[in-house]
Design a protein around this ligand. Sequence first.
Ligand code: SF4
Ligand code: SF4
Length: 298
Amino acid sequence: MHEILIISGKGGTGKTSLTAAFARLARRPIICDLDVDAPDLHLLLNPKPQQTEMFWSGREARILQENCDACGDCFQRCQFGAIKKSGQRFWVDPLRCEGCGVCKHFCPVGAIAFEQKLCGEWYRSHTDLGPMVHAQLGPAQENSGRMVTLLREQAKRLADMERFDLILSDGPPGIGCPVISSLANVTLAIVVTEPTPSGRHDLERVAELCRHFKVPAGIVVNKWDLNPAQTAKIEALAPQQKLQRFGRINFDPAFTDAMVQRQSIGAYQPRGLGKQVAALWDRILAAALKAHQPEAVR
Ligand code: SF4
Ligand code: SF4
């Protein structure tokens, strides 16, 4: 089974649109939205949930008012300002609670409950292009790395059970915890970048991460024709960053138009840009197959 991950150094490079376009070109993919802090692949693929599960992660404190004798010890000890006081009443602000458990440990009368935290939901859905595994975190939740790990496990389980041989994932932007959770052991990472100095800088950071995890990776320069000189500089970096060059995509308002219509570019414009993306996908798939082979065969 291959796992192809689409990532970018920052948001807004077009990685989600590309993932949707690739999902349309792939043969029987499991589609996975790992951009759990700002998921939007569902806007393009219109998934119909078939299974919905709660996502519990970490713990949070809650003061049991009937047991509290209002000594104020928890208020003094909480380093995160999560214990609030109104008159003689103490309560926990769930948005600030970091789940450290100090208040519960020291409360002299055992008036603090320390329960698992409901952080969001995850879904297994049907789309016209294949099954989709995706999620919605609750507001201000910071467990995106764990959610990414859970979604990857569920996608692999589904692939094993139903004999799919490709998981295609829209990864998180940047180089933080969710990207690290997304990257480990994937077959191939595609880094989508834009031809700007900041795009180049972000690319270098992501490339370093891919090397650290020993994940084969390559670049796609989106909207390359907006700045051909920067595109050339980015592509020139590829050998020293150990990145393959998968290709370029023209700037074309059709990409945005397709999103507004909630369609992938391949469905919206099968020729022109759609054709360019199809050629790109062929190169990516060939690289994924090669990366999957034992070294002696490559
Ligand atoms: S430490 Fe316990 S008893 Fe004291 S205010 Fe906090 S919850 Fe109430
Ligand atoms: S669990 Fe930690 S962060 Fe949360 S209220 Fe208690 S002391 Fe504060």
